[in-house]
Write a protein that binds this ligand. Structure first.
Ligand SMILES: Nc1ncnc2c1ncn2[C@@H]1O[C@H](COP(=O)(O)OP(=O)(O)OP(=O)(O)O)[C@@H](O)[C@H]1O
Length: 360
């Protein structure tokens, strides 16, 4: 057997907890999801990240069974739940859901909310499962409280316990923490990731907040106008953006103009920089390109051959983010521990390594 045949058969054998193939959905004439495909292995946490209106929630609603796409197939735990001519109803998809707005039943206690999806179990098994789930999310002492007596973060934990209680095959989370303040959001994202990993739960999170996506997911799909622009680990999205859009959406940074030299490096106002081109990786010498520089790529130094003027200082506690204007008129960010004076001229250098570059 040829090695490539062997590999493709191996790949086919790896089970998938969620598979979306060629999904296409329009509301009337307005196409919002275009030929979108993705897969999650069992226990994997994926995130769809993107600007408002790019179609993330629509993908989630198709997976949940609330929307019927015009084309494409969705498989949950190897079972087809959506394809042309077949739409399995939401309650038969073995999914759990957590939404932004808590959606707890206000007239039921927290324990009764968690028990809601457990009608198939006898009284004792149900009580045990509720107690276990409340323990998992740290709400055991609030079992008899009413939803309005809980804080926003506690309500989201309760919603998570309710979604996980029936032991779904897949958990869907739609902007789960966006109604919470920033510090709590970061803490809960981290906690929920640990909890889902612990239980081996497969999950798909939809968010416009890259910090939330990075904190929770193993793989992130950056969506743009109904398509996945890039699918990869948070590190890959940040360090090796596949497109200029991905480079500008994820993280902070600036694009520095430059020209490709004979040796494949790029001449810029910060000197000759080694680069990596996305796509097929080839750009002709002489071509105009843009090089992505993140704040941590640029160093501010007392002595350096390139000088710049400090035009802005953003104090962030442990570090400051400086905006430095180069003699070319272009501005770059740099991180610094010391705070220089506004208007001061300082030396600038670039860390060793190569940088993502995009043809103009
Ligand atoms: N039921 C609907 N009928 C008509 N248009 C809709 C409907 N639901 C969503 N849309 C439109 O489809 C587009 C994508 O919406 P969707 O909610 O999927 O995007 P999103 O990326 O989740 O955005 P947000 O983060 O703002 O929720 C938007 O332009 C929206 O106005």
């Amino acid at each position: 057997m040829r090695i490539d045949n062997f590999l493709s058969q191996e790949t086919a054998l790896v089970s998938k907890a969620l598979e979306i193939l060629g999904l296409h959905h329009a509301y009337g004439a307005h196409v919002v999801v275009r030929d979108l495909s993705l897969a999650l292995a069992p226990g994997e946490i994926g995130a769809l990240l993107g600007a408002s209106g790019c179609g993330k929630t629509t993908v989630l609603r198709c997976v949940a069974g609330f929307e019927t796409p015009q084309r494409g197939e969705i498989r949950i735990d190897e079972q087809t739940v959506t394809r042309p001519g077949l739409v399995v109803p939401p309650e038969r998809r073995r999914i759990g859901m957590v939404f932004q707005d808590h959606a707890l039943f206000p007239h039921l206690t927290i324990a009764q909310n968690v028990a809601f999806g457990l009608r198939g179990l006898d009284r004792r098994a149900r009580a045990n499962r509720v107690a276990e789930m409340l323990d998992v999310v740290g709400l055991s002492t609030l079992a008899d409280a009413w939803p309005h007596q809980l804080s926003g973060g506690q309500r989201q934990r309760a919603a998570l316990a309710r979604a996980l209680a029936p032991q779904p095959a897949l958990l869907l989370l739609d902007e789960p923490f966006s109604s919470l303040d920033e510090a709590l959001r970061a803490r809960l994202a981290h906690e929920v990731r640990a909890l889902l990993r612990d239980r081996g739960m497969t999950a798909l999170v939809v968010t416009h907040d890259q910090h939330e996506a990075f904190a929770m997911a193993d793989a992130v799909g950056l969506m743009h106008e109904g398509r996945i622009e890039q699918w990869g680990s948070p590190e890959a999205l940040y360090r090796a953006p596949a497109t200029r859009y991905a480079a500008s959406f994820v993280g902070e940074g600036v694009f520095l103009r430059g020209r490709v030299s004979e040796g494949g490096e790029v001449e810029t106002a910060l000197g000759r920089l080694p680069v990596r081109f996305a796509g097929d990786g080839r750009v002709e010498p002489g071509a105009s390109v843009e090089v992505l520089l993140r704040p941590e790529d640029v160093r501010f130094e007392a002595v350096a051959t390139v000088q710049a003027c400090v035009v802005d200082v953003l104090f962030r506690g442990a570090q400051c983010r400086l905006t430095l204007r180069l003699d070319s008129g272009e501005e770059v960010f740099a991180l610094a521990h010391e705070v220089p004076l506004l208007g001061e001229r300082v030396g600038v250098s670039v860390r060793p390594g190569d940088f993502p570059a995009f043809a103009e």
